[in-house]
Design a protein around this ligand. Structure first.
Ligand code: IVH
Length: 687
């Protein structure tokens, strides 16, 4: 069905020129219409060049007549200065989550339950894709987009209005011909299309950054930026699927609700279907699962909703999810192939990861030739060996995983896989931390060098201004820096040759490197990048030992005698200083003319932003391991404890949190989700 969109007949060339205000208003309407056709309807009517001309003309007119500029002009999507932090806003109505089902029987049982509770024989449902992105609230007042927020904890979210404004498929103005309510809050999903995601990752990698693991992370990272100019460069899209609140009577069914949203100019799921019964839902699930690899974006299932609002209201909700809707997920995509060989890769933090090289196999439209086995315990648990037949699984992530081994009757198997006791890259000894095995070579290991130097140069360590990720990558790729001490032998003309450097910037960098030659012991220890040694522990060590020699000659027992140091930290310290390559790097650093001073008062314990605060984690974290999370807290002087009490400063609740979350709620302890925790850490690091 095609709507006759905004009334924007282009003016005829022979018409007399319009006064600027009218011309500007006409141009805005035209641009909005073309934005809608291009981004929402996916059927552009004019070429990019013609669009650019309209846009340019409007920008020029707005510059010539700044008094006629309106905030809802399509030119005003970007431009605000970066924020210090994302503010918190309450949602107009709670943003609920959905119960997830995977098995067909459970979905049939859901249908039975609906029939029973509604005392009805026929129930019609709506089915639509479950977009794999992040959910947002969009608020329109008198047709103008005024505010948007992430879901947060469901009742409060982070305000991301400026960032949302940069999304071209999000109308800044609702269409008046659809008579939108004077006040409207809608819920939608922000996500990234697959081709855009891969394009973004290529760019990130070119610039020396870490690629995003999957489109969902990329979308979340892009939307939660403090600088909307960064978001504007990220190819985000939005689709709306629920009215959270509105003036007037809401539409009588979900079908009508989506039609209404569409008539107001909002993008809605294209693949939606009205199903007369649960059989129709099953068919939609089957068809969508089959075609999901052809879709330009990731979906992880379908969402099934009882169509009629009156029935939805009758069914009501549970504490966090409605009774009238479910997510009917797809089984993860798995294929069978053979492991050619298991190899071990070393990441930038030194973690050794077993990787299975596979006979190439297509899983969900992507050819896969390697899969992660995560860690030694995982390999042992799954008992995967060279030559085994396995099921590989891809859940939208860039690196697929091995789901399980498939026993083949009569097969002769290779010997069990075991992790090496030396780093395959640098040959240093390996050590174990929980399920993870890591190389103790650290800064001396080429695989870890980039990460090590970035850490060395970072603010709390050697604080070398101007030595960021990009420059570090250039220095290493050009072979100018092979270990930490090489930084102190760089020459002006070598830096000048790096891309982006000129006379003055090279001199500034050299000056910053030179200044870092006088460094306090705690910063020096921190800069070495010893595992488990963050700002807090580095300060404790400097205070306890007073000199580098004393730290280097201490044994396990001596470290353990310090209150703040437990067995993991002490064994990490001992194995670091035992490794001869590390001792050599330290030696070379000292010979490069470093002067180590007594602990600088600036970093005294008590001044660390989390000192005296204890943090408790419950549930799984998506983006980092427990150890990494602990390290972040400790670097800022905080401690991680296992039990929640009134004294606990924060409880970080991941997925499937345990009883600790309940206890935190009871005691009124500040609760954070993973993102909020990371934001907190970032904020505190800046303090
Ligand atoms: S409806 C009360 N519809 O899936 C109904 N959710 O927990 C609330 N999602 O966080 C959600 N696509 O972010 C709905 N078509 C869709 C969806 C959808 C994706 C997300 C949503 C929510 C999660 C389920």
């Amino acid at each position: 069905m095609q709507h006759d969109l905004f009334d924007t007949n282009p003016s005829h060339p022979s018409d007399p020129p319009l006064p600027p205000d009218e011309r500007m208003s006409l141009l805005r309407d035209q641009i909005r219409r073309h934005d809608y056709l291009y981004y929402v309807q996916d059927r552009p009517e004019i070429s990019d060049g013609e669009y650019d001309r309209l846009f340019r003309e409007l920008v020029d007119l707005e510059q010539a007549h700044p008094e006629l500029l309106t905030p809802d002009s399509p030119t005003q999507r970007v431009g605000a200065p970066p924020l210090d932090e994302l503010g918190k806003v309450p949602h107009e109505r709670p943003m609920l989550s959905l119960d997830s089902l995977v098995d067909q029987e459970d979905v049939l049982a859901f249908d039975q339950r609906m029939k029973r509770e509604l005392q009805a024989d026929d129930i019609d449902y709506t089915a639509e894709p479950k977009f794999d992105g992040l959910s947002v609230e969009l608020v329109y007042d008198r047709g103008t987009f005024i505010r948007g927020a992430t879901r947060g904890d469901g009742s409060m979210g982070e305000e991301v209005t400026l960032n949302l404004r940069t999304i071209r498929s999000l109308p800044l103005q609702l269409r008046t011909d659809g008579h939108p309510p004077s006040h409207l809050a809608v819920r939608g999903e922000v996500y990234m299309r697959l081709d855009d995601f891969h394009g973004l990752n290529r760019l990130v990698v070119e610039r020396g950054g870490e690629p995003f693991a999957n489109p969902r992370n990329a979308a979340a990272g892009s939307l939660r930026q403090l600088d909307s100019r960064i978001t504007a460069e990220r190819p985000l899209v939005v689709t709306c699927y629920e009215i959270l609140a509105m003036d007037g009577t809401p539409p009588p069914s979900h079908v009508d609700e989506l039609d209404a949203l569409a008539s107001w100019g909002l993008p809605v799921p294209v693949l939606r279907r009205h199903c007369a019964s649960i059989d129709g839902v099953m068919a939609f699930h089957r068809e969508t699962d089959q075609s999901r690899d052809q879709l330009p974006y990731e979906i992880d299932g379908i969402v099934v909703k009882v169509n009629r609002r009156e029935r939805q209201e009758q069914l009501g909700m549970k504490s966090r999810s409605p009774r009238w809707a479910i997510a009917y997920k797809f089984a993860p995509r798995k294929e069978i192939t053979k492991v050619h060989q298991i190899i071990v890769s070393v990441g930038r933090t030194g973690t050794l990861t077993p990787l299975a090289l596979l006979n190439p196999v297509e899983v969900g439209g992507v050819t896969i030739s390697r899969a992660t086995l995560h860690n030694a315990d995982e390999v042992a648990r799954k008992d995967v060996r060279d030559g085994d037949t396995v099921k590989v699984e891809r859940a939208g992530d860039v690196i697929p995983a091995i789901a399980e081994r498939v026993p083949v009757p009569g097969e002769t198997r290779a010997a069990p896989f075991s992790m090496p006791d030396h780093c395959p890259v640098c040959g240093a000894a390996v050590a174990r931390e929980g399920a993870y095995i890591y190389c103790t070579g650290q800064a001396a290991c080429p695989a870890q060098l980039k990460g090590a130097i970035e850490h060395f140069a970072s603010k709390p360590a050697f604080n070398i201004e101007g030595l960021g990720k990009k420059t570090v990558a250039q220095l290493i790729d050009q072979g100018l820096v092979r270990d930490l001490s090489d930084l102190y032998h760089l020459r002006h003309e070598q830096i000048m040759e790096l891309e982006g450097f000129a006379e003055r910037s090279a001199a500034l960098l050299l000056e910053a490197i030179n200044q870092s030659k006088t460094v306090s012991l705690d910063r020096f220890l921190l800069g070495l990048g010893i595992r488990q040694v963050g700002r807090h522990i580095a300060t404790v060590l400097a205070r306890e030992f007073g000199s580098l020699d004393a730290v280097m000659s201490a044994d396990q027992e001596r470290f353990l005698a310090i209150k703040e140091i437990g067995p993991e930290i002490s064994s990490s310290l001992v194995s670091f200083f035992q490794e001869s390559s590390n001792r050599q790097v330290i030696d070379r650093l000292i010979r490069s003319g470093l002067t180590i001073t007594q602990t600088d008062t600036h970093h005294k314990d008590a001044s660390l932003p989390l000192s005296g605060k204890s943090v408790v984690f419950t549930g799984g974290l998506a983006g980092l391991s427990r150890n990494e999370a602990r390290a972040l807290v400790e670097q800022l002087g905080g401690t991680v404890s296992s039990g929640v009490s009134k004294q606990t400063a924060y409880v970080v609740a991941g997925t499937d949190p345990g009883s600790k979350l309940e206890q935190a709620k009871r005691l009124g302890v500040h609760i954070l989700d993973e993102q909020e925790f990371l934001t907190l850490i970032k904020d505190k690091e800046r303090d």
